[in-house]
Design a protein around this ligand. Structure first.
Ligand code: ADP
Length: 615
């Protein structure tokens, strides 16, 4: 080769990156080159509109992919606008991205490691991830001669005349030698090429053609994306099939949402809510995100910015021509257009879920069974930032027919004098109904929400109230259902002051207060927590590996003065009070599902008492 021209400094850096890349997504080179070929034909079309000397046959516009196993080459040939000698120099000798801010900064900081390749479209140079040498043969309408750009990467490049009659460009990649880790020969496999075209370039608007085993040309791409077809022409079966094959689900989706937005912002989105949560959905290795396309060219697998965390279960495809990708195909997570699209998508998902809740309760409840936990986390996370959006999508099990209810439904049934929304954390409806405090509430015809997921209470704590009605744990703080009972209780407390003081003294290390209550009906005692942390939250926090996060709820022992046991207590001798107090406390712990501190002592006291009673 004659003396080689040198690449510009920045191009050199990108090249080095490509050449030494061990990047696992090497396969994207094909997408990049096919995309360039497609752009070149778009440009030819535009040129023909501006210059009537330029014309073409529509049938000629195609992209041919050829592999040569003997020479170990892949070629991608288009019939587009082509490049003059000067353009080859300008476009391929200098990296086109040099004016793309983020990429440039990344390079300058030398933080440009292999990972960033995935985030930035790197265009033509990506070929050097798999090729040791690239030839670009090109013929432009503007010049009589055709030229070939040849480069082995870092050393530089040459541009010479070449024989080529067709207008357009052919890129030939001479594959690198196989290494222990990478088998470049896989790109010579027609089946692999087919797969890659399907995966990345299916919707390129021009046919991508490759000869099959019989030597006949076969078109590899479908060309029309489903999301761009008119909604009225698409059947649910087509949507279902698309979803299943695209997102590897054996079941049809629970809900399909097709958005075709035109106007200041224009994009197509085809979104799906799966029927079942993926097995790893609530684990940290689950990756949310939507597939991103720009003008039908695949850009990214899991774009996380497009969908809110609380709707992370949504799968789908977004295609927009508004993204600023024209020069470099880079997508930045905080791109303004991307954010605007994400907003529209999140709003739409929300309103579709609301509609489902309104029109097909059964289906919504099926959805909620799978993903309701996510919505509740959504209320709780980000300091409650999204609670307004989500509060009307929440369902909780209620004592009203033991069914799932919305908060709006609960509020609509509240009794005239009821100021608060009552709830109780419990493992099951059955257990909740047996709780002494719940029994009292139900008796007075109040509805109680039963919180069965750990996150429930955390979520409503963030909300604090719904429709100006505060949430109130049935087993926490003061529960004043009836003002008339208040006076009676105060009087009783005064009359039994010494007994209460003795009990308090005996339990001073365990509870912050002992008091009489109107909360109970058939049970003698219960344990309630103070206004702060609840017992359920205490249990959740107890699982925290960080010990400093494990906190205890304030404990208050409440005694039912209407229970016969209370009369017995009034008669107990002073030296036995401590034993009774201890038994009452342990009993209350057991009802709450909390462990008792000393089961042996508890059992002994109980046995002694039984013997004593029958002496
Ligand atoms: P990008 O495509 O993102 O602009 P590339 O590095 O892939 O960046 O390409 C640089 C430039 O080279 C393109 O902008 C285009 O002008 C030119 N080019 C690349 N491939 C072709 C082709 N097949 N036909 C015509 N021009 C091409």
């Amino acid at each position: 080769m004659a003396k080689l021209k040198q690449f510009k400094a920045e191009s050199q850096k990108v090249l080095d990156l490509m050449i030494h890349s061990i990047y696992t997504n090497q396969e994207i080179f094909l997408r990049e080159l096919i995309s360039n070929a497609s752009d070149a034909m778009d440009k030819l079309y535009v040129q023909s509109l501006e210059d009537n000397k330029v014309s073409f046959n529509k049938e000629d516009l195609k992209i041919e992919v050829r592999v040569n196993k003997d020479l170990r080459t892949i070629s991608i040939k288009d019939y587009g606008i082509g490049m003059t000698k000067e353009e080859l120099e300008k476009n391929l000798g200098t990296i086109a991205h040099s004016d793309s801010g983020a990429f440039k900064r990344a390079l300058e900081k030398e933080i440009a490691d292999v990972d960033i390749i995935g985030q930035f479209g790197v265009g033509f140079y990506s070929g050097f991830m798999v090729a040791k040498e690239m030839h670009v043969l090109s013929k432009s309408e503007q010049e009589d001669a055709a030229y070939v750009f040849m480069s082995q990467g870092a050393d530089g490049y040459s541009i010479n005349k070449v024989d080529k009659n067709d207008r357009g460009t052919e890129v030939v990649l001479y594959l690198k030698e196989n290494t222990e880790d990478v088998n470049f020969d896989e790109y010579l496999d027609e089946f692999k090429i087919k797969q890659l075209v399907k995966k990345y370039s299916d919707y390129i608007r021009y046919p991508i053609v490759m000869n099959n085993e019989e030597g006949e040309p076969e078109t590899l791409n479908s060309m029309i994306p489903l999301w761009k077809r008119a909604k009225s022409e698409i059947t649910q079966e087509e949507y279902d099939e698309f979803y299943k094959s695209r997102f590897n689900d054996y079941e049809a989706p629970l809900k399909t949402i097709h958005m075709q937005v035109e106007g200041a912002l224009s994009f197509n989105a085809l979104l799906f809510v799966p029927n079942h949560a993926p097995f790893n959905y609530y684990q940290s290795d689950f990756k949310k995100g939507l597939e991103l396309y720009s003008r039908s060219v695949f850009i990214q697998d899991h774009n996380e910015a497009l969908i809110a965390d609380h709707f992370g279960f949504v799968k789908g495809v977004v295609d927009s021509s508004d993204l600023n990708l024209n020069i470099s195909r880079e997508v930045l997570q905080n791109d303004r257009q991307l954010k605007a699209i994400a907003n529209r998508i999140n709003r739409k998902v929300k309103s579709e879920l609301e509609l489902l809740l309104k029109n097909d309760r059964q289906k919504y409840e099926a959805f909620y069974k799978e993903f309701g936990m996510q919505l509740k986390f959504g209320v709780y996370n980000h300091f409650g930032q999204h609670q307004e959006e989500l509060k009307d999508l929440l369902l909780f099990t209620s004592t009203h027919e033991d069914k799932l209810v919305t908060l709006a439904e609960y509020v609509s049934r509240m009794k005239e004098n009821q100021k608060e929304i009552y709830y109780v954390p419990s493992e099951s409806v059955l257990k909740a109904r047996q709780l002494p405090v719940v029994e009292t509430l139900l008796d007075a015809k109040y509805e109680v929400l039963i919180f069965m997921d750990d996150v429930d209470e955390f979520a409503i704590r963030v909300m604090n109230s719904y429709d100006e009605k505060e949430f109130k744990a049935a087993n926490q703080g003061n529960l004043e259902l009836d003002d008339s009972k208040k006076e009676v209780l105060e009087k009783l407390t005064q009359d039994n002051q010494s007994l209460i003081e003795h009990l308090s003294e005996a339990l001073k290390d365990k509870v912050s207060d002992v008091r009489l209550t109107s909360r109970l009906k058939t049970h003698p005692v219960c344990l309630v927590s103070g206004e702060g942390l609840s017992f359920e939250m205490e249990k959740v926090l107890a699982m925290n590996p960080d010990e400093s996060q494990r906190m205890k709820a304030e404990r208050i022992l409440e005694i039912n003065p209407d229970h016969p046991l209370f009369q017995t207590l009034q008669k107990v001798k002073e030296d036995r009070i401590a034993d009774y107090a201890s038994l009452l406390y342990d009993q209350a712990l057991l009802i709450e599902g909390l462990p008792i501190e000393n089961p042996v002592a508890f059992s002994k006291r109980l046995a002694d008492l039984m013997i004593e009673a029958n002496r």
